[in-house]
Design a binder for this molecule. Sequence first.
Ligand code: PLP
Length: 364
Amino acid sequence: MDYINEAFKENWIAPLGPNVNGFEQDICEYSGIDHCAALSSGTSAIHLALIMLGVNRGDTVLTQSFTFAASAFPITYVGAKPIFIDSEKETWNMDPNALEDCLKQINESTNQHLPKAIIPVHLYGMPAKMDEIIEIANKYEIPVIEDAAEGLGASYKGKKLGTFGDIGIYSFNGNKIITTSGGGALVSNNEDYVNQARFLATQARDNAPHYEHTQIGYNYRMSNISAGIGRGQMQVLDEHVKRRREIWQTYYDEFKDVFEFQNPSDSNQRNNKSTNQLYSNRWLTTILTPSYQKREEIRLALEKENIEARPLWKPMHMQPIFKESPYYGDGLSERLFEKGLCLPSGSNMTEEQQARVIGVIKND
Ligand SMILES: *Cc1c(COP(=O)(O)O)cnc(C)c1O
């Protein structure tokens, strides 16, 4: 509220201003990255990243099949086509083996060009296998856009997510680990990318006293009010991560013999150090039940008690809109979708509320 009141007092009600600059600085310091552009959404950040990497009509871009559609939609905004890569079973994120298979096949075929970008995703805050993915990307000289929309505050080998790719993106949508009500950011150690993102996000206005345009622009900048919310939220980010990891631990202790969990080795030693190999922010606690039927029984039992629990993301290669798109993998994401459930995991959930959720699941 202090940041927002300040914005009103100073009459900085615009898609620029001190909160925008301050929020960008906060993100840079927190994640350990050199440059950041605050934008209107994570989706717009991916869109701009693709434009800056020169992705065009007729190109292809690789992304994870097991993700939210916003990882893939922007690929189509630039006229390119997505190719979907399945997940591996430890992190449930992009399988480096399937990625390598795909690139090898494309490289060996005579009528296909290599993809223009790879978009790995850190789903539910769990780091993807970045060393392996970056190594393969480097081998084929393909840039990486790291979709860390769900991964702010998580880290891989002690380094914050969003800082591994050529470009990283965050989301501050209402449901994410912190929110600006709606918003996103594009981060990079390459200053040119971030300057170019700011330029494109403010209608590509060339340097002139009148409005002069040599490129197509977008209205994608974050407002000074939203950024004020973001600055306040940055102060509670680590608390949110701590709380979400506690919530995950409570579910895990209760159900570790009944359900499978996404990479439990990250936290089951109650090790809350961000130097863990894979340190998830545990944005959502996700479980894999024994069967579709069991998953639905649990979901409906919760729903009857007015408790919302949703299935895991439906893989992109199973979505009607992407049914023609190529897909590489062995179907793990299909099994995750069939049997998986996100449990209530909000940072403000009380112990009593979580006990109620656990009670309903146990009685089912
Ligand atoms: C939320 C989300 C996005 C998009 O972010 P918005 O700010 O909602 O546009 C992209 N990718 C993933 C994996 C997400 O969860």
